[in-house]
Design a protein around this ligand. Structure first.
Ligand SMILES: [Fe+2]
Ligand SMILES: [Fe+2]
Length: 168
């Protein structure tokens, strides 16, 4: 009795012919993972530091966003593993969010709002790039990125509204 050979994967991100693209994608997901981790750090600091009545809505929103960004980091990490990558250790971390450092005066909530807007725009640009890169060969990662994108667009919209009110 002969055993039929398992079929080879002839399409999708795990197929042998997509190895190079898959490795590039793992690199992109790793960068996105670090972006989420840094955002969690920045949002924790900026959800605690601000003083003043006007800061309270921002603090509440950041508290919610921290949980969502943490969830994104976990999803990205899981996907890296599924694509035969390895989630990096903390020694590989390189900070980039110069615009989300604590302001000189903790009452300066506009500084925080502008920083959040910059972080969210950066995430939206990069996640669109990843979703486009996935076109035609990794619908699963693409679907995940589209879902995360919707969260980031919601965060951006909320903080744009805060800025509009404070600048009025
Ligand atoms: Fe996120
Ligand atoms: Fe976000």
């Amino acid at each position: 009795m002969t055993v039929a050979a398992a079929p080879t994967l002839d399409r999708g991100v795990l197929a042998e012919q997509n190895k190079d693209k898959r490795e590039t994608l793992v690199g992109m997901l790793t960068k996105a993972y670090w972006m989420e981790i840094e955002t969690v750090m920045s949002y924790i600091a900026n959800s605690v530091n601000p003083d003043g009545l006007r800061a309270q809505e921002v603090i509440e929103s950041l508290n919610e966003d921290i949980q969502e960004e943490l969830g994104h980091a976990q999803e990205l990490a899981q996907r890296i593993k599924e694509l035969w990558g390895v989630v990096p250790g903390s020694m590989d971390f390189r900070p980039e969010q110069t615009y989300l450092q604590p302001p000189a005066r903790q009452i300066d909530i506009v500084h925080v709002i502008r920083g959040v807007i910059e972080a969210e725009r950066g995430a939206i640009n990069y996640y669109n790039q990843i979703a486009e890169f996935c076109d035609g060969f990794d619908l699963v990662t693409q679907d995940m990125m589209v879902t995360i994108l919707r969260d980031e667009e919601g965060h951006l919209r909320l903080f744009e509204g805060f800025l509009r009110e404070l600048e009025a």
